[in-house]
Design a protein around this ligand. Structure first.
Ligand SMILES: [Zn+2]
Length: 229
């Protein structure tokens, strides 16, 4: 099965309709180049033939990497408030893919199932996993940063850009995908807790239960509502 299809898209700048080669899903075993494109931010990036605007052709898709055991449901960036229902959908799609044979059930073991909103959030997960860290630990570290600097909670997205010896470079992004500023999750915050640490699981069970592993779980109105009753 092919990965890339000619699809009709409309330029958000000038409205010109044109065709572009887009993926309906990313399956790394079939199209390893797609993973590289996510890392270097060229995936689904289109240059308009009319006005030369560069934009990302956004569409929901599923990213799978059988070798690394990654299964990421990529919803549209603007749909974050719908995470409770999207999380269930992502889980249903995943379960359906691995039912039917004992072999499929065996393959299912050890998969990391995640729900993200937009390609940048997919990229963030891949950057964290490539560096050998747990995304739940990173989200926990973000919450610790927010506790120290509450202005961070106003960001639409807090995205890990790269991880090096100093820590995780964090992009603070607004609802229009504009970069507000950059900050750093110090390495000490990442190293002092591990995914298997029971204390972390007990302290923030929400980050370890479902596919939406994100600090937004703790700040969205849907989460807060039952707490203020
Ligand atoms: Zn255009």
């Amino acid at each position: 099965m092919s990965t890339w299809f000619d699809e009709q898209i409309t330029c958000p700048g000038c409205g010109l309709e044109q065709t572009a080669k887009l993926a309906r899903g990313i399956h790394v075993s079939r199209a390893p180049e797609a993973r590289d494109q996510v890392f270097d931010r060229t995936f689904h990036r289109v240059t308009c033939r009319g006005c030369a605007l560069r934009f990302v052709a956004a569409r929901p898709l599923v990213y799978t990497d059988m070798e690394r055991k990654h299964w990421v449901h990529v919803a549209l960036a603007g749909e974050t408030p719908r995470w409770p229902e999207m999380e269930k959908l992502a889980s249903d799609v995943f379960e359906r893919a691995f039912t039917g044979s004992p072999l499929a059930a065996e393959m299912r073991d050890g998969f990391r199932l995640r729900l993200v909103f937009g390609i940048e959030e997919l990229r963030e997960k891949l950057v964290i996993w490539r560096a050998g860290y747990s995304d739940a630990v990173v989200e926990c570290a973000k919450l610790q940063l927010i506790a120290k600097d509450t202005s961070l909670a106003l960001a639409e997205r807090l995205l890990v850009d790269e991880i090096d010896d100093a820590g995780a470079a964090l992009l603070v992004v607004d609802a229009d995908d504009k970069l507000i500023r950059q900050t750093l999750i110090p390495m000490s915050l990442l190293e002092e807790q591990s995914d298997d640490d029971d204390r972390l699981r007990r302290y923030l069970p929400e980050l370890f239960g479902g596919g939406f592993v994100s600090w937004r779980r703790m700040t969205s109105p849907r989460y807060r509502a039952p707490m203020t009753r």
